[in-house]
Design a protein around this ligand. Structure first.
Ligand SMILES: NC(=O)c1ccc[n+]([C@@H]2O[C@H](COP(=O)([O-])OP(=O)(O)OC[C@H]3O[C@@H](n4cnc5c(N)ncnc54)[C@H](OP(=O)(O)O)[C@@H]3O)[C@@H](O)[C@H]2O)c1
Length: 314
């Protein structure tokens, strides 16, 4: 697989930082239990630990996440790679919507260009060809270095790849849900196809929104919408968590969160865990700098299969 020069940098990044938590009240209860200052420190600690890639979106906290990132970037002299996303709202159609939305994101970020501009999700309201026309225009105008998609299934991704190629633009990435508790992209061949084509698979929710950390259980479920989301999984995850802890011990006391992130890296994807405070960010950064063995990855695969199979069989 030949990587294009423009997208090569994404393949050199092992882990990033997700910024959905920055300002979001719907899923993450921003302002309850964590504040602007916690998030600022989470960002700072991540940089100190060598994380140089942040993923945000225009819809996170209704623009607040982008604004906060813009502010934090001014407070550091470290180079940081920035990815943001276009949300296909129903009244946005035509290729002109893409550069317009990116311009507004850049104004919130107070930047002249980003490193990666992604379509947040596909929509039946805009054809993939039109979307890629808009994305290619964003690349050609210099407002983004590369173009990516998110939540595109394999055939949508291939259509995007070809549509961009016709415009001499490489599809840099597909951002998809991927964790020890959600392996759809691995099982349906999307991960392998990404690797074949040089498309970086950016793994979102790599900690399964906190479930893989080991702090939630049936008796102590996560707050808010997450408890409903995970009623099926929560009673089944104990054996997997136990194995993660056991394997972590064999690596000098690595935490479950670090095992979960290292597993994603071993699979060849780029995890972007979200963190609400400096402690979480620091712990997550410890997912880097060491490696699970092939045999450990296999044992984790088996334990995760057992959870996911029992979920399927109800
Ligand atoms: N493209 C998309 O459609 C899409 C969708 C989802 C996410 N994303 C991106 O992916 C990023 C990550 O995904 P995510 O935020 O859904 O989930 P995640 O990274 O799997 O989980 C993050 C949550 O887990 C908990 N946590 C994280 N580190 C922890 C630690 N060390 N110890 C204890 N708890 C910890 C925190 O929540 P609590 O403390 O409340 O438990 C945190 O908010 C997002 O920020 C966003 O950038 C993209």
């Amino acid at each position: 697989m030949e990587l294009s020069n423009e997208t090569r940098f994404l393949h050199a990044i092992e882990m990033g930082l997700g910024a959905w938590q920055w300002g979001d009240r719907v899923v993450w209860q921003y302002g309850h239990g964590y504040s602007d200052e916690d998030v600022r420190q989470a960002f700072q600690i991540s940089l100190d630990e060598g994380i140089r890639f942040v993923d945000t979106a225009e819809v996170y906290g209704n623009g607040r996440s982008e604004r906060m990132l813009g502010q934090f970037l001014k407070e550091t002299d470290q180079p940081v790679l920035v990815a943001t996303k276009f949300f296909p709202l129903p009244w946005r159609f035509g290729k002109g919507a893409f550069p317009r939305a990116l311009k507004a994101s850049l104004a919130r970020l107070d930047m002249e260009s980003v490193d990666l501009y992604q379509i947040h999700l596909p929509t039946p309201l805009i054809s993939i060809d039109t979307m890629m026309d808009g994305l290619a225009e964003c690349v050609k105008s210099g407002m983004t270095r590369t173009a990516g998609v998110s939540n595109f299934n394999q055939s949508q991704m291939l259509a995007a790849y070809s549509a961009l190629a016709r415009r001499d633009v490489a599809l840099a990435s597909n951002q998809l849900h991927y964790s020890l508790l959600n392996r759809t992209v691995e099982k349906n061949g999307t991960l392998a196809r990404c690797q074949e084509l040089g498309i970086r698979l950016i793994a979102y929710s790599p900690l399964e929104k906190g479930l893989l950390v080991g702090k939630y259980s049936v008796d102590s479920p996560p707050p808010g919408t997450r408890s409903r989301m995970y009623t099926g999984l929560l009673p089944r995850i104990e054996p997997l968590l136990k194995l993660m802890t056991e394997i972590g011990q064999d690596h000098g006391g690595k935490l479950n969160t670090q095992v979960a992130l290292n597993w994603v890296i071993c699979k060849g994807a780029l995890p972007i865990p979200g963190a609400k405070n400096p402690k979480q960010a620091q712990e997550n950064a410890g997912g880097l700098g060491w490696k699970l063995t092939n045999e450990e990855v296999m044992r984790l695969d088996e334990a995760s299969d057992a959870v996911l199979d029992s979920l399927k069989s109800g």
